[in-house]
Design a protein around this ligand. Structure first.
Ligand SMILES: [Zn+2]
Length: 510
């Protein structure tokens, strides 16, 4: 084999891995060397010449699979400490356990610990980019500073948005206002509350969007959901997004209750949140709608026609009894599909292998007739499409010269990979994350031999343990409060699931 000379400026060479290149055979990827110069991929060749001088580092990837780092396109770092706390809780009730306004103000130490722990889990499972749609309530600049500092130190790439809204949760959930006694209404608050005087968007614009760029940080906007945002707030969001050419992430139709609420309250838009967004001029390639489980056929067509994307989160959707998104219909319509792992209190794992496998399985379940193979589609959703959702399709999500060096290296000396029949199918249907050995972000080896290199992992676990007594005390108090509300929550949920809708996404009739 003739050796190619090493590209100028190379700082790191990943040697001899089987690399998932954009146009290659993903079942049997070729063995290649990847040269990285600084934070970019400088060249790819069957074999580069030997390194003559010491400054170039070599990473032996023989017997490994090299793929573009995963992009977790929907994640919230505010409830990382709540993983494993809940089961059999429908989404509307879950809000009362999990959303930041339910909690007393948090300490800076807790904000830092949870941000690092979440990023560590993401990195260790092969993600190089996360879209953190963060609720800071009440908003404090020092909390935002702690989050950005934590991301900087740990070395993950982040597409960062604050989550905001200007309508109360109580107004947005079917039947709650009627069913709950008035004196309990103040206990039913939501992701963000309109009483706050701070103009969060103006603050975000001046301190983040208008500030000098930061390495590995990409800004986004996070209107919580159209039903929780006025038309004026959505219009302001889209104007800002277009001015700065940044993506917008919002939530739509995760639960049956959300579709029902649209039918009950948006008669002028045919009972449709998507038609409301269309009327407001908010449907746009810049916009990504997380969940999209309860979309109707004509709503999918509207997303396709306007280039609006979705981000699916199958783990949380199933756990919170929300249902199965219409994956095949979204694919057939040509809607951009990213993939995320959502909140730790509902998903609960930040694990793209689980998300990809569920994507493929639910695609199968979402249409009884055989369709296109789904393993490659799942991997594409977890990489290329996630990048495109963030307006970063030119920079991340693919292994190609000129792209950022964001790579995940998977050890194939494991039963997962023996025998090797199809790399992409085994990646999606067999690998669970055990194989993630090295993770490279922006050209730096951030995880080496399954350990974080940037911060001592034990320090992160210790910092988490130090804040857990306070978190557990507050979570226990919240649980007691929800227990008191349970009879009315059950009554509202019962009414919600028994009201007729024109289609279904979960309940299997006997
Ligand atoms: Zn979410």
């Amino acid at each position: 084999m003739s050796l190619q000379s090493i590209p100028a400026g190379t700082t790191l060479i990943i040697r001899g891995g089987r690399a998932i290149l954009p146009l290659a055979d993903w079942h049997e990827p070729d063995t290649l060397d990847i040269a990285i110069a600084g934070n970019e991929i400088a060249g790819i060749a069957p074999r580069f010449a030997a390194v003559a001088d010491a400054p170039i580092e070599e990473l032996d990837a023989r017997g490994h699979l090299v793929l573009p780092g995963f992009i977790n396109a929907h994640y919230h770092s505010h409830d990382v400490l709540a993983k494993g706390t809940l089961e059999e809780v429908p989404l509307e009730t879950w809000r009362l356990y999990a959303l930041p306004p339910q909690y007393p103000p948090r300490s800076v130490e807790e904000v830092r610990a949870r941000t690092l722990l979440g990023a560590l889990e993401c990195l260790r499972s092969g993600m190089t980019t996360i879209q953190d749609m963060l609720t800071l309530y009440p908003f404090e600049s020092r909390h935002l500073d702690a989050v950005m500092q934590a991301y900087k130190e740990i070395g993950i790439r982040v597409v960062f948005s604050l989550q905001y809204a200007d309508r109360k949760g109580l107004e947005t959930i079917p039947y709650w206002k009627d069913i709950f006694p008035k004196d309990l209404h103040p206990l039913l608050s939501s992701a963000a509350e309109p009483e706050r005087q701070l103009d969060l968007l103006a603050h975000f614009e001046s301190t983040c969007l208008g500030a000098p760029p930061r390495p590995r940080v990409h800004w986004a906007l996070g209107p919580s959901a159209p039903e929780r945002c006025s038309s004026a707030l959505m219009a302001r969001t889209m104007e800002l997004a277009r001015r700065y050419d940044i993506p917008v992430y919002s939530h739509i139709y995760e639960s049956r209750g959300m579709a029902l609420q649209a039918r009950l309250t948006l008669r002028e838009h045919g009972g449709s949140l998507i038609k409301r967004l269309a009327a407001e001029g908010a449907l746009d390639p810049l916009l990504n709608l997380a969940h999209s489980v309860w979309l109707a056929r004509d709503e999918i067509d509207l997303l396709a026609a306007t280039g609006t994307g979705v981000v699916l989160n199958p783990q949380g959707n199933l756990k919170m009894k929300c249902g199965i998104p219409p994956i095949r219909a979204l694919q057939d319509a040509g809607v951009r599909i990213g993939l995320g792992c959502d909140n730790c209190s509902c998903s609960d794992a930040q694990n793209m292998f689980m998300a990809m496998k569920l994507f493929a399985l639910l695609a199968a379940a979402s249409d009884p007739l055989p369709g296109p193979p789904q393993a490659a589609a799942a991997l594409r959703a977890a990489t290329e499409s996630g990048a495109e959702s963030a307006r970063l399709g030119h920079a991340i999500g693919r292994i190609a010269p000129g792209y950022k060096a964001d790579l995940t290296v998977i050890d194939m000396s494991d039963p997962t990979w023996s025998p090797l029949n199809s790399a992409v199918r085994q990646l999606v249907h067999v690998e669970a994350g055990r194989g993630v050995r090295h993770v490279i972000v922006d050209g730096a080896v951030v995880v080496r031999d399954r350990r974080l290199t940037t911060i001592d992992e034990d320090e992160i676990y210790d910092a988490v343990e130090a804040v857990m007594p306070g978190f557990r005390r507050d979570f226990a108090a919240i649980s007691e409060r929800v227990k008191r509300l349970q009879p009315w929550l059950d009554a509202a949920h019962q009414r919600m699931v028994s009201t007729k809708l024109e289609f279904d996404r979960i309940y299997i009739p006997f």
